[in-house]
Design a protein around this ligand. Sequence first.
Ligand code: PEP
Ligand code: MN
Length: 339
Amino acid sequence: MIVILKENPDQAQLDGLLQWLEERHITIHRSVGSHHTILGLVGDTSSLDIDLISALDIVEDVKRVQEPYKNANRKFHPEDTVIRIGNLEIGGGTLTLFAGPCSVESEEQIVGIAKAVKASGAAVLRGGAFKPRTSPYAFQGMHIDGIRLLLKAKEATGLPICTEIMDASQLPLFEDIDILQVGARNMQNFALLKALGKTEKPVLLKRGMAASYQDLLMSAEYILAGGNPNVILCERGIRTFETYTRNTLDLACIPSLKTLSHLPVIIDPSHATGKAALVPSMAAAAVAGGADGLIIEVHNDPAHAKCDGPQSITPAVFDSLAKKLKRIHDITRGDREYD
Ligand code: PEP
Ligand code: MN
């Protein structure tokens, strides 16, 4: 349920309403907009009398929210969520480029790529240390050594780090990591999502390969309901009958998710296509379509990459792509309003 308050509500009446709701074990999320404050009510609201609340002087309107996701719902929080990491702002009309290899392979590799993508305009370094591979015989990542190398790359460039966490027990290893990636295969690892909800770290939540928008938003809800508001949604392609591309990139998710939710939406054209040659055009389409950012696999030697070489672009291709994306963003930003 959402309660839209009138402008400048009487404080004593508001305190009375809040107390009355708290006595009924309702959790209240306040969203202060430029004109109105919205109270998002979470909990068992079925017994609340909508007419009673509507009749209060301080109340403009009361609506039931049908969707099962509440905290992630734009009705609860009409303004875009902006996630801040130092001076970096993700969401709210900005364009943030995450770039780096699928997996960390050596110090030379990760620091070299970090310097290159930073020079081209990337704001976040991506790189996997713990890799969720389909085959147990494939390279599984450098684990804690990979985390150490990512932190060296951060020291060398100042770029914040985004890397995948596969299990809640790994959290202590990620203390100095800036953005925790939850991979497509772990989107419904509810124990992990609950543990991330208890942290304040930004989480990049990837859409499962057979997950609907509602499934994705319900997974985000686990993190938000735990008290962590810093969730970034990421589309990385879904499974369809098409086999030419590794997955099928669902770009309609951008306006859809941004209508349904206030959370930033970023696109991963690398896993979505599986082909380096397709990455630039899909990245461009995503920016034109209103994405808040992109996460792109970049490797200095794709032919010899330990993981996902065929979909990795080189630093040189990333450099020209980043320039093009900036131009597209400059033309299209501010075009859209979601409500
Ligand atoms: C990755 O980012 O390298 C990765 C494994 O992604 P996904 O979970 O989307 O497959
Ligand atoms: Mn990958």
